[in-house]
Design a protein around this ligand. Structure first.
Ligand SMILES: CC(C)=CCC/C(C)=C/CC/C(C)=C/CC/C(C)=C/CC/C(C)=C/CC/C(C)=C/CC/C(C)=C/COP(=O)(O)OP(=O)(O)O
Ligand code: 1GP
Ligand code: MG
Length: 230
């Protein structure tokens, strides 16, 4: 099985957005540790299957970050499932998950499955609005969420999400202070190799998404900024 504990850099492709074959090939062969397929809205089974089939032509690990039940399909190497810890609606913390396990629980390969303790901090992003996230949090709050995720809930991934905006490195550092074994993912607004290097000083794994669709050459530079040539 692929071990996300060894990862430093991942790209996130949005099933609701178009990407040319040439760009997709560059992303998959960039040296990134994995390609995550995920998004907030407009995520359909058709879109997920299209991306999965195209990414599967390359050797890079391919992960589905589940955003709705309708677009879940076999065929991915790993399945990451967000639980939005700072959501005001239990549906996004464990409600949808309960329904999903009732439907899929007996057929899931739990070895391919990892929960992501999400804390969303950009109040302007779609995911914060969709999940009614409480984004006014202190560094102490973030550290407590991280400790709770790992120590109380045993979650293997803690994901600090600024989706669409470059976040506060101090918040990333605060999350890291609350973790011992869980892997800290940071995603949000990384568009340059300098921003990638900065967040990689605090997070275990950095996630680059939107800049793929805005300036792919700069997005590709973020890989070398954190991945030491082997
Ligand atoms: C045989 C078979 C089908 C195998 C698979 C079995 C399997 C793994 C089933 C799933 C079981 C399960 C427990 C599913 C969970 C159910 C579920 C729907 C949970 C809800 C997940 C959740 C909280 C989603 C809401 C938040 C969200 C959408 C987060 C996505 C990450 C994110 C913030 C993306 C950013 O979006 P983006 O599109 O980049 O933003 P812009 O478009 O604005 O740029
Ligand atoms: O799209 P960006 O802002 O790069 O964020 C990446 C990822 O955290 C989105 O879920
Ligand atoms: Mg999207």
């Amino acid at each position: 099985m692929y071990d996300f504990r060894e990862w430093r850099h991942v790209f996130k492709l949005d099933p609701a957005r178009e990407i040319a074959d040439s760009d997709l090939e560059a992303i998959c062969e960039s040296g990134t540790d994995a390609v995550i397929v995920g998004g907030t809205d407009g995520v359909t089974l058709e879109g997920v299957l299209d991306l999965m089939a195209r990414v599967r032509r390359f050797t890079v690990p391919c992960v589905l970050e589940v955003s709705n039940l309708e677009s879940v399909t076999p065929g991915f190497d790993l399945y990451f499932v967000p639980s939005i810890l700072n959501s005001k609606d239990p549906k996004w913390i464990n409600g949808l998950h309960f329904e999903a396990v009732k439907e899929y629980g007996d057929i899931m390969d739990w070895d391919e499955f990892a929960m992501e303790a999400y804390v969303i901090l950009n109040e302007e992003c779609k995911a914060a609005k969709l999940t009614q996230a409480e984004t006014r949090l202190s560094e102490e709050d973030i550290k407590a969420y991280a400790m709770m995720a790992e120590k109380m809930f045993g979650m293997p991934i803690f994901y600090l999400e600024y989706s669409g905006a470059f976040g506060n490195p101090e918040m990333v550092s605060a999350a890291k202070k609350g973790l011992e074994k869980a892997v800290l993912f940071y995603g949000g607004g990384i568009k340059t190799k300098e921003q990638a290097a900065e967040m990689a000083r605090h997070a275990d794994v950095i996630v680059v998404g939107n800049s793929i669709y805005e300036d792919i050459d700069k997005a590709l530079e973020t890989v070398k900024a954190v991945k030491v040539e082997k």
